[in-house]
Ligand binder design. Structure first.
Ligand code: PHE
Length: 338
């Protein structure tokens, strides 16, 4: 009899110990079958009740019921705990911050092109385009470029075997636009250009320009200057100093170069401005009468100006970038800053 009480006590202790070792749902189910199942230990012990002396039967009965209850409770608790862990695994924690998608954005060169185009649009220019693969006629001949001009050299311009070339400037778009329409003309043409330059802090083998062309009656150098000055102020603010220097281009007469004071060093001199305090932004000038003749415009009636702005230089000034090569390395640590 006393051994039945001991067996009941021992079975409670056994279940407890085994749950401490393993309380997985499978282990819990195994214990249930082993202790409470139809052929389990407790039903077997209940059969032994018959041999208990009648005066002790009541106590043993109470002990049996409380032991079975204890085992049932332990198994139920273990089951609940495992269920809670499982539920947590599958649930979504709505209080966590969401994961941000990595959205792309414009490259600094595109930002700069858009800004320039929008500025010129406000001044009445419309956008024109031309091919990056050009012929010699549009890139050089029609632009009044003498046969011995150094820019025609194979060392300066990329030629294809068939004689065509990668345009070295956006100026051929001037010719294509004038060939396709009668004056007046007021266009800007942003685009990629190619030159056989050795890359350094301010040069790359490909770069971007915005060409401008304005043809009408009675256009003067003063109109050119006011457009460029207005552009500088609109895009860089009124602190910027500008400078026009006499220069030479085959397709403009007179020709000028148009400089911004260097924003990197404030004009003191640094590697970006090659210690000059100024950065060359644009070549410009009054369209040469020969160019007008080449496209069938009468230079006695029509006159105008053209300019070609360097986009990379503008972006470098705007964002204080000390080396043009950063713009082409696709380093996200650099690009993320814009
Ligand atoms: N095409 C010239 C260059 O690439 C710039 C320029 C454009 C000069 C238009 C005058 C007029 O340097």
């Amino acid at each position: 009899m006393s051994s039945l009480l001991e067996k009941l006590q021992q079975s409670v202790l056994d279940v407890q110990a085994r749950l401490q070792q393993d309380s997985s749902p499978e282990a819990v189910e195994e214990l249930r079958i082993q202790f409470l199942g139809r052929n389990g230990l407790l039903p077997a012990l209940s059969k032994e009740m018959g041999s208990v002396a009648p005066e002790e039967r009541k106590n043993v009965g109470i002990a049996f019921n409380s032991s079975r209850k204890a085992i049932e409770d332990m198994l139920q608790d273990a089951k609940n705990a495992a269920g809670a862990v499982e539920a947590k695994k599958n649930s979504i924690d709505v209080t966590l911050p969401g994961r941000l998608a990595n959205a792309g954005h414009k490259h600094p060169i595109s930002i700069m092109i858009d800004e320039c185009v929008n500025t010129f649009r406000r001044m009445g220019f419309i956008v024109a385009e031309g091919p990056e693969i050009e012929d010699v006629y549009h890139n050089f001949d029609a632009l009044n470029t003498p046969m011995d001009h150094p820019s025609r050299d194979r060392g300066d311009t990329f030629y294809f075997a068939d004689g065509r070339l990668l345009r070295s400037q956006t100026s051929p778009v001037q010719i294509r636009v004038m060939e396709s329409q009668e004056p007046p003309v007021r266009i800007v043409a942003p685009g990629r250009c190619f030159r056989r330059d050795t890359p350094d802090a301010t040069h790359g083998m490909n770069f971007h320009q915005i060409e401008g062309l304005y043809i009408d009656k009675d256009v003067s150098l003063a109109d050119l200057k006011s457009i460029l000055q207005n552009f500088a102020w609109e895009v860089f603010g009124e602190k910027i100093n500008i400078r026009l220097r006499p220069h030479f281009f085959p397709f403009t007469e007179p020709s000028v170069e148009y400089d911004f004071s260097c924003i990197m060093c404030g004009g003191k001199g640094c590697p970006v401005c090659k210690n000059s305090g100024y950065i060359e932004i644009a070549g410009a000038g009054m369209v040469d009468p020969n160019v007008l003749r080449n496209v069938g415009y009468d230079p006695e009636v029509w006159s105008g100006f053209a300019f070609g702005l360097g986009i990379e230089r503008l972006a470098m000034l705007r964002y204080r970038i000390g080396d043009i090569r950063y713009l082409y390395e696709n380093d996200v640590r650099f690009l993320q800053q814009f």
